[in-house]
Ligand binder design. Structure first.
Ligand code: HEM
Ligand code: HEM
Length: 227
């Protein structure tokens, strides 16, 4: 057994920033008054994080890549058979079942952030894509924005429940590895976090999100009622 790097810094940063962003997103609509503008800004940041993670899933380090943890049903089922075996070999990166869970979370986060672009607070603030869609689409996005969050809450509860299960039942401490990146494993981990590559991917992501939010949407129509 040796202590070796498994989760690169960008993946770990993505994870804890997503946790902080979701908390802030909830707070800015449910606990704090008149903070919907902040809800928008943090929503754009969430969109940035999710887009970054999707790209990093293709060009990131070994265990961050989708090809490393998105597996076929056979592997998932054979993993499930070992789920309640206390002494089953710990996965190096995401296990086959957890890998699909990651995909579900990323899809839900993407639906949440994209549907937000079509939302309105019914008073002052319109999401940047509001002008682009028909009434029907706007209604659908509104439903999705509410529904995706409710589903996310259940999925997050399951996610945290699974982490506790691994810690208590299987004695596999996954959280410290998501913090410092290292695991005690038999094989070699990754050599480094590929920070220069991550920076380039982050810059590309920032440009894509900026164009999508600031450049692409038409300027909002000013309601003549206010003049
Ligand atoms: C807002 C709530 C949360 C969301 C949306 C979330 C989402 C995610 C996602 C997307 C991943 C995959 C990471 C990647 O490969 O990029 C992940 C992994 C992980 N999360 Fe969370 N997470 C949340 C809260 C938490 C909390 C509170 C904990 C700690 C108790 C936690 C612990 C972990 C761990 C340990 C992993 C790695 C699992 C493994 O070893 O396969 N997460 N989470
Ligand atoms: C992943 C990111 C996001 C999360 C987690 C999130 C979460 C939420 C939640 C929990 C609500 C309250 C829903 C309810 O009352 O049932 C809400 C409402 C809302 N969201 Fe988001 N949202 C996100 C992104 C966005 C974005 C990007 C925008 C706009 C650009 C946006 C605009 C709105 C608006 C306008 C409301 C209604 C606020 C009101 O009723 O005054 N959201 N969001």
């Amino acid at each position: 057994m040796q202590k070796t790097l498994v989760w690169d810094l960008p993946t770990r940063l993505f994870h804890w920033l997503i946790v902080a962003s979701l908390l802030a997103q909830y707070a800015t609509v449910e606990w704090l008054d008149n903070k919907v503008q902040w809800h928008f800004y943090i929503g754009y940041f969430t969109l940035f994080l999710v887009t970054f993670r999707v790209l990093w899933g293709f060009v990131g380090t070994q265990h961050a890549r989708f090809s490393n943890f998105v597996t076929g049903p056979r592997k998932v089922f054979s993993y499930m058979k070992t789920l309640f075996n206390r002494r089953s070999e710990p996965a190096i990166g995401h296990n086959p079942l957890g890998g699909w869970f990651v995909i579900v979370m990323l899809v839900l986060l993407a639906i949440q952030a994209i549907s937000g672009l079509f939302m309105t607070d019914d008073i002052f603030l319109d999401g940047p894509y509001r002008q682009l869609a028909s009434e029907e689409i706007l209604r659908l996005m509104n439903t999705l924005h509410h529904l995706a969050f409710d589903v996310l809450l259940y999925v997050i509860a399951l996610h945290v429940g699974a982490i506790v299960f691994y810690s208590v039942y299987k004695k596999q401490k996954l959280v410290p590895a998501m913090v410092h990146g290292n695991k005690e494993i038999k094989t070699a981990g990754i050599s480094n976090s590929r920070l220069l590559r991550a920076l380039i991917v982050a810059l590309i992501t920032a440009v894509v999100v900026y164009v999508a939010i600031e450049v692409y949407p038409p300027a909002p129509q000013v309601d003549e009622y206010y003049y």
